[in-house]
Design a protein around this ligand. Structure first.
Ligand SMILES: [Zn+2]
Length: 260
C-alpha cells in the first residue's frame, strides 16, 4: 500500500487496521475483508477481545504484513493480539493512547492500545488517561506521585490482586464521599478539582473527574487492600453496608495513612 503508518506499541489490531485503511483512503471494513473475510466482524469491538480468542490464520497475518509493509515479527511486537501467545498476549483493557505521545510520533488519528488496568497516567506527559478525556496533571502533582506509588505496588502484586484492590478502594471512597465520612478528604478533593478548573467532584456527575481527584487516596487505600495484614479488615469495609464498620485499629490506621 502507498501509505503504511507505523503501529503504536500496544495498539489493537482494529485500531491499526482503521488507521492503515484511512491513510490509504479505504474503508476499514474493505481492508479487513481483503485480509481475512472473518476479520470485519471483529472491527466493531475495538478492544480485540474477539480476535484474542480467535487468532488470525497465518495467511491473514501474511496479508496484513504485506499490506502494512512490515514483518510479522515487527507487527507481533507492536500489536499484542498478534503476539505468538495470541489472546494470552493481551492483558488489561483497550483505551485511548496518550495524545501527547501520539503527537510525538506524528500520529493525528485516535489510537486504542492495550494497557494494564492500573495505568491511569502517562508519566512522560503528566496526563490522566480516561475514556472520557485526558487531563493535564501538572496542577495536581500528588496525582502523578500516587501513580508512581501504584506502579511500585504493581511490581509486588498480580494484576488481579491489584485490580480488585483498586476497585474496592474506589468503591469505599465513593461511599465516603456520599456520607462525607472524612470532611478533610472532601476538602482535599474539592481543592484538587479547583486546581484543575473543575467544579466540585461528584461521582454521579463525572466518574472520571472523581477518580482523578481521589487517586492519591485510592492508591493509599488500594495498598492496604492489597496487603496481607489489612486485607481481611478492608474487605469487610468494602463489602459491608453503609456506613462502613471500622474497628478502632482500622480507624487509627486510616487516620495515620491519610494524615487526618
Ligand atoms: Zn504521553
Amino acid at each position: 500500500m502507498p501509505f503504511t503508518p507505523r503501529p503504536v506499541p500496544g495498539e489493537t489490531v482494529a485500531s491499526y487496521l482503521t488507521r492503515l485503511a484511512d491513510a490509504n483512503h479505504m474503508k476499514p471494513a474493505d481492508l479487513a475483508e481483503y485480509i481475512w473475510p472473518g476479520l470485519v466482524r471483529f472491527l466493531r469491538r475495538h478492544d480485540d477481545f474477539g480476535l484474542g480468542r480467535n487468532p488470525l490464520p497465518t495467511a491473514a497475518l501474511e496479508r496484513l504484513a504485506t499490506f502494512s509493509g512490515r514483518s510479522l515479527n515487527a507487527l507481533g511486537r507492536a500489536l499484542p493480539t498478534l503476539s505468538i501467545t495470541g489472546g494470552n498476549g493481551v492483558s488489561g483493557r483497550a483505551a485511548a493512547a496518550c495524545r501527547s505521545c501520539l503527537a510525538h510520533r506524528a500520529v493525528s488519528h485516535q489510537v486504542l492500545q492495550h494497557r494494564p488496568s492500573h495505568q491511569h497516567v502517562c508519566l512522560r506527559h503528566g496526563r490522566w488517561l480516561d475514556d472520557e478525556g485526558q487531563t493535564q496533571l501538572f496542577p495536581v502533582p500528588e496525582v502523578i506521585h500516587a501513580q508512581r506509588r501504584l506502579l511500585r505496588l504493581a511490581r509486588h502484586r498480580t494484576s488481579a490482586q491489584l485490580h480488585y484492590a483498586e476497585l474496592s478502594a474506589r468503591e469505599v471512597l465513593r461511599r465516603w464521599h456520599r456520607i462525607n465520612r472524612y470532611p478533610e478528604l472532601g476538602v482535599r478533593w474539592h481543592r484538587r478539582a479547583d486546581s484543575l478548573g473543575e467544579d466540585q467532584p461528584d461521582p454521579d456527575r463525572s466518574r472520571a473527574l472523581f477518580y482523578l481527584v481521589v487517586h492519591p487516596e485510592a492508591v493509599t487505600l488500594a495498598s492496604m487492600f492489597a496487603s496481607p495484614y489489612w486485607q481481611p479488615l478492608c474487605r469487610a469495609v468494602s463489602l459491608d453496608g453503609n456506613p462502613p464498620p471500622e474497628t478502632p485499629q482500622l480507624r487509627d490506621e486510616l487516620q495515620r495513612r491519610f494524615s487526618l
